[in-house]
Design a protein around this ligand. Structure first.
Ligand code: FAD
Length: 570
């Protein structure tokens, strides 16, 4: 219908040029001009939902994308507009005389609301909207549709629904050229702050008078710096951007044995520099790598592999199916997926410290009196990496510093915080991951926390991870612990996972005393590492009893056979 389309391509979680069905759709319009833009979204900034490491990764992705755009057209780049989309678009459509808005579909619960609002604004302005799916192997809504309208709760459900949808699309090559953007001047400025965050940091760091809140300190829509945002320096060694992502994928694919025989449960959570899995998750989150590009690179190697290849769910392609599974669950449940409340798929566990448990029935006696003070201390010590269990502390410190830990490391700390140690609500752990992970993906984070806490997806709550025996199986010498808990660097391997068992004379010889709660880190010339915050074996029993009880109540309500103890073991 349009003689000369003027198109906005709105980048969000698709910060790449390769395999982007939405970008292809924008170019297929044969636009007179194409504006590649990124809008600030207070939803992701407000309440410090993202730590500096994830911000740095995002800015890396934006810089790389912007450079790649400029390579295809020296007049173009990524135009970063520092205001919320809901506030921006009506004015922008008018000012730049836009005819089409194109973006990649996002089924995240918040993103859907935001996009509905923006589509409404487009309709009012007479702007045509084109949305294409591209974030996952399958469109999550299609997965749900072919799963009888229900959330996908297992890999076999994803595979069955996927077979009905058809083949996973082959990746689309990156464009070879891009149209010019039109004029980019804006006659309006940000009238009022988009949120509480208010970009005060930006304003503080800029010259108040000359500063255009929309286009950044130099008025050129440049990708912001950490300094402009008023953020602390990142500490992660992991960097973002499509160029890096594709290089990493090339390196993985060049190792055909690794790619074709990958089995997730056999990868060591204690491996570092290099880690045992691909570390492509933050790239998949920001879209600097397409999941279909990844899938087909792996699948093509599997198909021609001479030896014995691995298969889903443990293979590399199987990992991507897990990702799709969680997107499918989230797409069906919306906001409710991220919480226990009002979520029919999440079991209710009274996450606290039952004051006393009747050993005969396993039921709590008296009220569920919460020892909330103790639970709060467990939570804080877990978060700060000073539980006194070196394996747990090493992982939590790696997470805070680097923003990424291995899948089985995530298992270990999530199990420990919830049903396998602290008995603290999974939602609190998920919030810490949300702040610190560079690969934070709402669907995957929430879904995996439910899995590990046995509130959904998985139910074998009697299978707990020991913070001593489990890591020892992978790393007898404790190299991983020595790296992230350097206080214990000189401890003998026999004691590295349970340093409290080492005789005091040895503790002194190895330069670190085991005492206190981890607040004091030095004493009389010695380093200090905390004593374990509880007896793990004892806590595990308390947790298992609590879980049994909660499952019984959830399954049978007040059924008398529950109360008289004739309930069948789960
Ligand atoms: P690889 O083993 O190389 O797998 C390749 C890709 O498959 C990953 O990049 C990822 O996109 C996907 N994948 C693999 N395992 C899973 C899984 N169990 N669930 C979903 N996708 C998977 N993953 C996130 O991407 N974001 C999160 O916020 C997140 N939170 C988690 C929270 C907990 C408590 C747990 C136990 C797991 C979480 N995961 C999350 C899943 C998984 O741990 C990471 O995806 C994986 O460790 C990333 O490393 P990798 O890229 O080397 O994975």
């Amino acid at each position: 219908g349009y003689a000369s389309p003027r198109v906005i391509y709105w980048f969000r979680t698709d910060l790449r040029l390769h395999d982007s069905p939405a970008l292809k759709a924008a170019l297929d319009l044969k636009p007179e001009c194409l504006y590649p833009i990124w809008t600030w979204d207070p939803h992701y900034v407000y309440r410090a939902r993202a730590g500096p490491n994830r911000w740095q990764f995002l800015l890396d992705c934006q810089n790389d994308l912007s450079n790649s755009i400029t390579k295809l057209n020296p007049n173009s780049k990524l135009f970063v507009i520092r205001v919320a989309p809901q506030t921006l678009f009506s004015k922008l459509f008018r000012e730049w005389q836009i005819t089409h808005l194109v973006f990649e579909k996002d089924t995240d619960a918040y993103a859907r609301e935001r996009d509905d609002k923006v589509m409404e604004l487009a309709k009012e302005a007479g702007v045509e909207v084109v949305v294409k799916t591209g974030r996952t192997l399958y469109d999550p809504d299609e997965l749900v549709k072919h799963n009888k309208g229900k959330p996908t709760m297992s890999i076999s459900q994803v595979q069955a629904a996927g077979a009905k949808i058809g083949h996973i699309p082959r990746p689309i090559p990156a464009p070879k050229s891009l149209p010019d953007p039109g004029k980019t001047e804006l006659s309006f400025d940000q009238e009022k702050p988009a949120s509480d965050l208010d970009f005060n940091a930006i304003r503080r760091n800029a010259d108040e008078k000359s500063y255009n809140a929309l286009a950044g300190p130099n008025g050129d829509f440049a990708v912001p710096t950490m300094e402009e945002l008023g953020l602390k320096e990142a500490t992660t060694p992991h960097r973002g951007g499509e160029t890096i992502a594709l290089k990493m994928l090339d390196e993985i694919a060049a190792n055909e044995d690794y790619t074709a025989t990958f089995e997730k449960p056999k990868t060591a959570p204690t491996a570092f520099e290099p880690q045992a899995t691909t570390l492509l998750s933050p790239h998949l989150h920001f879209g600097s790598l397409s999941s279909r590009e990844f899938y087909w690179r792996a699948q093509d190697i599997v198909s021609t592999y001479a030896g014995k290849a691995s298969h889903p769910p443990t293979s590399l392609t199987g990992q991507l199916l897990f990702r799709d599974m969680y997107f499918g669950a989230q797409a069906a449940l919306g906001h409710a997926f991220a919480q226990t409340y009002n979520n029919p798929h999440c079991r209710f566990i009274p996450w606290h410290l039952p004051s006393s448990i009747d050993p005969k029935t396993g039921l709590t006696t008296g009220t569920y009196l919460v020892d909330s003070a103790a639970a709060e201390i467990f939570f804080q010590r877990w978060k700060e990496g000073r539980t006194g269990f070196p394996w747990i502390d090493a992982l939590m410190r790696q997470l805070r510093q680097e923003g990424w830990i291995h899948h089985l490391g995530r298992h270990a700390v999530a199990c420990f915080l919830t049903r396998g140690g602290c008995y603290v609500d999974w939602e609190r752990g998920a919030a810490v991951f949300e702040e610190w992970l560079i690969d934070h993906e709402a669907a995957c984070n929430v879904g995996n926390w439910q899995w590990l806490s046995c509130t959904a997806f998985f139910a074998q709550f009697y299978r707990c991870y020991s913070p001593v025996a489990f890591p020892r199986k992978w790393d007898k010498e404790g190299a991983f612990v020595r790296r992230y808990v350097p206080e214990l660097e000189r401890f003998d391997a026999r004691f590295v996972y349970e340093p409290w068992r080492a005789p005091v004379a040895d503790q002194k010889r190895w330069g670190c005393l085991i005492k206190g709660d981890g607040v004091e880190t030095e004493e009389g010339g010695f380093k200090v590492y905390p004593k374990p915050m509880f007896d793990f074996a004892e806590r595990r029993e308390i947790c298992i009893q609590g879980m049994k009880n909660a499952y019984r109540v959830a399954l049978y309500g007040n059924d008398p056979k529950v109360l008289d103890g004739s309930w069948r073991e789960l």
